[in-house]
Design a protein around this ligand. Structure first.
Ligand SMILES: Nc1ncnc2c1ncn2[C@@H]1O[C@H](COP(=O)(O)OP(=O)(O)O)[C@@H](O)[C@H]1O
Ligand SMILES: C[C@@](O)(CCOP(=O)(O)O)CC(=O)O
Length: 367
């Protein structure tokens, strides 16, 4: 990619890395101001930006976005023909917010790479929004020579606002929970406020629970936007039924949060029952599908309590077992595979959230 910009002076490189997530309880109801419990997982999206200052005319701020998928490089965004794209709107927003005047001659080459499957309910859109926003912001700061003034807090603040802009363009009405967990990492509870500034985020540093978690992908790609819109349709067409279901999921989630935060109240079997009840309510809300139900049946044969995670309609199922429970992994894997599903291996909590690395000609700094 560098060959394309040989007449330009390289200023530096910045990298942003941020995790995906699993919603333990509260998907959909979180959009309607009920609490959600969510954890970051060890699958990451990374964006690397290389910053060039151009010498030749005309002045302009050029951004190109590439994605690396299985060794192949695909162009996601180039200036010119694709200006109605969501990425173009984000770039415009960040340029304005950074007061970058068009007299500048700057090229930002962004390369995205991701371990998070897209459209699987594991927060790929939020991780993409954060990684891209962070890379663009850091690229501009590098160009302006402002990198020494950056603090982690100010970066988090900027990136959460920018990522929210892109998430709104990808989804219809995101709650903000995915951006919050990806930025912070670990485990947290999230309550949507009337404005994003009023969102309540409570980090759960010591949230340890005696349950083990497994993750299964239906391999049925779907779009969160459509599922969120289907729930909005239910709200508009069957108000009472919708409100009843959202209230029940909200209450159940509060009880699940207690299980994770009040050690004296921990009751593994009760928690497993609540996971199953949560799935039943999500199914009633209309966001399950045949593939998810088939996975639930398979998992139940192995004694695993499970629910869909994320927007539903496809995507992933999260299953829980007690530490004492023994599951025949090979048989489970075989049965899931035969039906076209995949069991993730090695998925665990990611304590860290978004991280940055900046390198100029002279220095390397990590934030
Ligand atoms: N790594 C990525 N690169 C480019 N776009 C992405 C990436 N991840 C997510 N997206 C965008 O987000 C959309 C999927 O988001 P969504 O339906 O919410 O699924 P998920 O549950 O995985 O977040 C994609 O259609 C695409 O527009
Ligand atoms: C359905 C919802 O609660 C979670 C969506 O998660 P995902 O996009 O499927 O990863 C929507 C939201 O909170 O914005």
């Amino acid at each position: 990619m560098e060959g394309k910009v040989s007449k330009e002076r390289k200023i530096g490189i910045a990298k942003v890395r941020t995790p995906g997530k699993v919603i333990i309880s509260g998907e959909h109801s979180v959009v309607y101001h009920k609490s959600a419990l969510v954890m970051a997982i060890n699958l990451f999206t990374e964006a690397q930006v290389t910053v060039f200052s151009r010498e030749e005319q005309p002045p302009s701020i050029e951004v190109k976005i590439f994605q690396r998928v299985s060794g192949e490089v695909i162009c996601l965004y180039e200036p010119g023909e694709t200006n109605d794209q969501k990425e173009a709107k984000l770039i415009e927003h960040i340029i304005q917010d950074c007061n970058l005047i068009p007299q500048h001659k700057i090229t930002l080459l962004v390369e995205i790479s991701s371990q998070i499957p897209i459209g699987a309910g594991l927060g790929s859109s939020a991780a993409y929004s954060i990684a891209l926003s962070g890379a663009l912001y850091l690229g501009i700061q590098l160009y302006l020579g402002n990198q020494c003034n950056l603090t982690k807090a100010s970066l988090n603040h900027k990136v959460s606002r920018y990522a929210d802009v892109l998430e709104r363009l990808i989804h219809t009405n995101p709650s903000g929970v995915d951006v919050a967990i990806s930025l912070n990492g670990g485990m947290l509870t999230f309550l949507k406020g009337e404005t994003p500034a009023q969102n309540q985020i409570t980090l759960l540093p010591d949230a340890s629970n005696s349950l083990n978690m497994i993750l299964v992908n239906t391999n049925k790609a779907r779009n969160s936007k459509l599922t969120i819109e289907a729930v909005m349709k239910l709200r508009d067409e069957q108000k009472e039924r919708f409100e009843n279901l959202i209230a029940k999921i909200g209450k159940l989630t509060e009880l699940v949060i207690e299980q994770y935060t009040i050690p004296e109240q921990q009751d593994q079997l009760l928690l497993l029952q609540m996971i199953e009840e949560n799935h039943f309510l999500l199914k009633e809300l209309g966001v399950s599908c045949t593939e998810i139900e088939t996975i639930l049946q398979i998992l139940s044969k192995f004694g695993i309590s499970a629910k869909l995670t994320g927007a539903g309609g496809g995507g992933c199922v999260v299953g829980f077992i007690t530490k004492e429970q023994v599951v025949e992994d090979d048989s489970l894997q075989k049965e899931l595979k035969q039906s076209g599903f995949s069991l993730f291996s090695g998925i665990e909590l990611s304590q860290g959230g978004m991280t940055f690395e900046i390198s100029t000609e002279k220095e390397i700094s990590k934030l």
